[in-house]
Design a protein around this ligand. Structure first.
Ligand SMILES: NC(=O)c1ccc[n+]([C@@H]2O[C@H](COP(=O)([O-])OP(=O)(O)OC[C@H]3O[C@@H](n4cnc5c(N)ncnc54)[C@H](OP(=O)(O)O)[C@@H]3O)[C@@H](O)[C@H]2O)c1
Length: 237
């Protein structure tokens, strides 16, 4: 697929790019074309060196607006503060057939710990919305799927790391959920788990500050999640 990452030069964008480049055509979006091209070239060299002849995709650096115009799937890997202004300015270029993936986690730091917050200032009528629902409001008919919030970018960027973790997925559109689930499965050992409609994105997003606090309070390094089912005993199988 042709996947465009908005703010794709950052930690999350680079991590997803390096993983998806095995199979897909990736457009690394940025506000600055030189920066996008430089980072895309570096990631491309890294991916080619690692995947060798298996590499089926390509990585190109583009402006964010071109990532929106040219992609089938658009991934929002922008900082929370930039998400509403950037998407509002690019919204006119979106087509209803394009899927928008939100990875965005709005959170704030109070003293040493993190708390889930909102993309909009407190006291405004949208301050109760999850980031994914707010993005859906901006991008209109293009379906938004919420995913990857609990996957640390460091895991993705470590191209050799085996990621036995789950990616919780919320969305309202069956077809786009299936496409995003396949994109998750394209990253070896990541397991997509559907958790309901887009309104459930707030629960996925709010997990991230908990994980970071768990790391801070318990001395863990980049924790993520794996939902473990109850294992039946051999008699019950
Ligand atoms: N980092 C993680 O481990 C992780 C995990 C799960 C989810 N997420 C989510 O992924 C998103 C990106 O996180 P990140 O750590 O990758 O962010 P980041 O590295 O700080 O920033 C990503 C990119 O956004 C662009 N950007 C920065 N400020 C901007 C502004 N004011 N206006 C427009 N563009 C701006 C920059 O690209 P250019 O300068 O090239 O335009 C930057 O490279 C966040 O919403 C985060 O919650 C992150």
């Amino acid at each position: 697929m042709k996947i465009g990452l908005l703010g794709g030069t950052g930690n999350m964008g680079r991590g997803l790019t390096i993983r998806w480049a095995l199979k897909h055509e990736i457009l690394v979006g940025s506000r600055n074309l030189d920066k996008a091209s430089r980072i895309a070239k570096g990631l491309s060299n890294l991916a080619r060196g690692f995947y060798q002849s298996e590499m089926g995709g390509i990585i190109t650096g583009v402006l964010n607006e071109d990532a929106v115009k040219e992609s089938e799937v658009i991934v929002v890997t922008l900082p929370p503060k930039a998400t509403v202004p950037v998407l509002s300015s690019l919204n006119a270029n979106l087509r209803p057939s394009q899927i928008v993936i939100s990875t965005v986690v709005p959170m704030m730091r109070k003293k040493e710990l993190f708390y889930y917050s909102s993309l909009d200032p407190e006291g405004t009528k949208r301050d109760e919305m999850s980031a994914a629902e707010r993005i859906q409001e901006i991008v209109g008919p293009s379906p938004v799927v919420s995913a990857f919030q609990t996957v640390p970018a460091t895991y993705l960027s470590n191209i050799d790391a085996i990621l036995n973790i789950d990616v919780l997925i919320a969305g309202n559109d069956e077809l786009s959920i299936n496409i995003v689930s396949r994109l998750v499965r394209d990253i070896p050992n990541l397991r997509p788990l559907r958790v309901g409609p887009l309104e459930n994105s707030k629960w996925i997003e709010s997990f991230t500050p908990l994980l970071i606090n768990a790391a801070i309070l318990n001395g863990l390094h980049d924790p993520s999640i794996r939902i473990v089912p109850w294992m039946p005993t051999s008699d019950e199988l």
